[in-house]
Design a protein around this ligand. Structure first.
Ligand SMILES: [Zn+2]
Length: 187
């Protein structure tokens, strides 16, 4: 089932995700619905906060992004980044590589806004799967960027927090308008 995506201005986007200790049918359904919602919206990632649940749960799928490469290792073994999608990650913990790069980024909670964001080129993520297994992901390229964006969401951090000051100033009135519109819809 496709879920409504929460927009900028909703307090849940600023909420710290609660750690998940037990996977039940409800959580499996939420994860499945998040994958469907992400695919419907042509997104490459979706965090639980974006569907109104403050939980340490995110889904990622970079298989549709043809123009941006990703590399992936799963538990130390080379894996096909596209064929390994979608990923469902519980309680992800992120270790950033040292080198950074700037690239254009968007967010499903900020329709029509994109901005250059500096992020690590490679990351290591330790997480649990829905099956309760420990998973170590080493990623670079687009996948590394998406993982950083989504783990930020799980901690209540948004991509606007990572923009340069100049970009934020340039977007200020659009962001204000978006907050007002979100507040009006919620009423
Ligand atoms: Zn986002």
């Amino acid at each position: 089932m496709k879920l409504p995506i929460v927009r900028y201005g909703e307090p849940v986007l600023r909420a710290q995700g609660k750690r998940i200790d037990q996977v039940d049918a409800e959580l499996r359904e939420l994860a499945a619905n998040m994958i469907e919602t992400m695919h419907e919206a042509n997104g490459v990632g979706l965090a639980a906060q974006q569907v109104g649940a403050a939980l340490q749960l995110t889904v990622v799928d970079v298989s549709g992004a043809e123009d941006q490469e990703s590399t992936l290792k799963l538990n130390g073994a080379e894996a096909d980044a596209k064929k390994s999608m979608p990923l469902v990650l519980l309680n992800p913990e992120l270790v950033l590589g040292k080198e950074t790069a700037v690239a254009l980024e968007g967010c499903l909670s900020f329709p029509e806004i994109t901005a250059d964001i500096r992020r690590a080129i490679s990351v290591t993520v330790r997480a649990q799967t829905l099956e309760g297994e420990a998973l170590e992901i080493e990623a670079s390229g687009l996948l590394a960027r998406v993982l950083q964006h989504e783990v930020d969401h799980l901690n209540g951090v948004l991509f606007i927090d990572r923009m340069s000051a100049a970009t934020k100033v340039a977007l200020r009135s659009r962001l204000k308008r978006m907050q007002r519109e979100t507040a009006a819809t919620a009423r």
